[in-house]
Design a protein around this ligand. Structure first.
Ligand code: LMR
Length: 397
């Protein structure tokens, strides 16, 4: 039966974890996957999460099946974070949300839903984009192309290139946009540029699919949602995949959400009914624990305030690692200007390291980065930053 099955290549991001775990060098560093570690190199258990978990365990809560679309309080909490506490759009009943298996799960159920609705449409993603975007939409049956995004020469954003590409797309093309903290580059458009992007999406009748997996890691929860709100203000129907994996440090709990903004309340009921078919035929309904924890933090004012504080702590630590990395590289004799790392946002830096340099970092120093040169700044800490900077200096030569 399985004779003809070929060996698939390792996943470009999660495959690195497998290699990293098998590496026996004591000073190894994992700058591959997008996971935040604290200054001791541990994935933190947030205090708000610990409190919500303790209360849940103490309550001996039953674990029956959840509704197909998940926990109502979780979904309404996700909507408020995206569209604002008192969003008239949410009030109008035009917005629906389904708890999903992480941000990836949200993208996948969204992709499956869209594939049925728009079989003739293609998907465009940024160049570069998160490696799984292309793979996921292609697996869902779409042709996937790219629009210009990153300008390697300036380490900045190619605004004109992106806008021109969007203008040339056929109507109903699905445009995947990173609403904040672009993965992998860390380079985001300005507010004015976003306004023009949103206008173009509306004028060209494109289908926006906003991916927001790092809300809170840029400037703050509200600030990072501004792009979602800018699209909402233009009355665009859209899909939004969001994730609590990083912001709650609950990676393995697969806590994401797919939100869709529809034209009317009645339309939203129809859309939700079809989305539920997609979910039911994939995994039936989402798991309880992580979703219940997130829901309780989002809906308990003291825990919510604590979460915001803890999230700010993570954001600030990443910023300080950016500055320190730039300084340390200089200290170790790197003459190349790396100051761009400081203005990048979120967990990642597109470092400009070549595939060869990334390979040397891994082989010679046990430092793991994505082949594209993406490094996870959130995995640097005071114990490894000097080692990393020295190693980078040595491979740059
Ligand atoms: C990443 O880009 O490293 C994260 O989003 C984790 C993943 O699933 O790839």
């Amino acid at each position: 039966l399985f004779e003809s099955v070929e060996l698939a290549p390792r996943d470009p991001i999660l495959g690195l974890n497998e290699q990293y775990n098998a590496d026996t060098r004591p000073n190894k560093v994992n700058l591959g996957v997008g996971v935040y570690s604290d200054d001791e190199g541990r994935i933190p258990l947030l205090d708000c999460v610990r409190q919500a978990e303790e209360a849940r365990v103490a309550a001996h809560a039953a674990r029956g099946y959840l509704p197909i679309d998940g926990i109502p309080g979780y979904n309404s909490g996700a909507q408020k974070l995206l569209l604002g506490e008192n969003s008239p759009l949410v009030g109008s009943g035009r917005v629906l949300t389904a708890q999903s298996l992480g941000g990836t799960g949200a993208l996948k159920i969204g992709a499956d839903f869209l594939r049925r609705l728009l079989p003739g449409s293609k998907v465009v993603i940024s160049d570069p984009s998160w490696a799984n975007h292309r793979a996921l939409f292609a697996e869902a049956g779409f042709t996937v192309e790219t629009y210009p995004y990153y300008d390697a020469a300036t380490h900045g954003f190619n605004f004109e290139g992106m806008l021109a590409a969007l203008r040339a797309l056929p109507e109903k093309t699905i445009v995947v946009l990173h609403a904040c903290c672009h993965n992998p580059t860390g380079v985001d458009p300005s507010a004015e540029q976003w306004a023009q992007i949103a206008d173009t999406v509306r004028d060209r009748n494109l289908v926006p699919f906003l991916d927001i997996a790092y809300q809170g890691f840029g400037d703050g929860l509200e600030e990072d949602a501004s792009v979602v709100r800018l699209f909402a203000q233009r009355d665009l129907t859209m899909l939004i995949s969001s994730s609590f994996s990083k912001s709650f440090s609950l990676y393995g709990e697969r806590v994401g959400a797919l939100t869709m903004v529809c034209s009317s309340k009645e339309e939203s009921a129809r859309v939700l009914s079809q989305l539920k078919v997609v979910i039911r035929t994939n995994y039936s309904n989402p798991p309880t624990h992580g979703g219940m924890v997130v829901s309780s933090v989002l809906n308990t004012p003291e825990l919510f305030a604590l979460w915001k504080q803890e999230l700010a702590g993570m954001r600030d630590r990443i910023r300080s690692m950016r500055t320190q990395l730039v300084d340390k590289l200089k200290e170790h004799g790197v003459s190349q200007d790396f100051s761009f790392v400081k203005s990048q946002r979120g967990m990642f830096s597109y470092s400009g390291l070549t595939a060869d340099q990334v390979e040397r970092l891994r082989e010679e120093h046990g430092i793991y980065a994505v082949g594209s040169g993406r490094i996870c700044v959130a995995a640097l800490n005071s114990g490894n930053i000097d080692y990393v900077a020295k190693a980078v200096a040595s491979v740059i030569g």
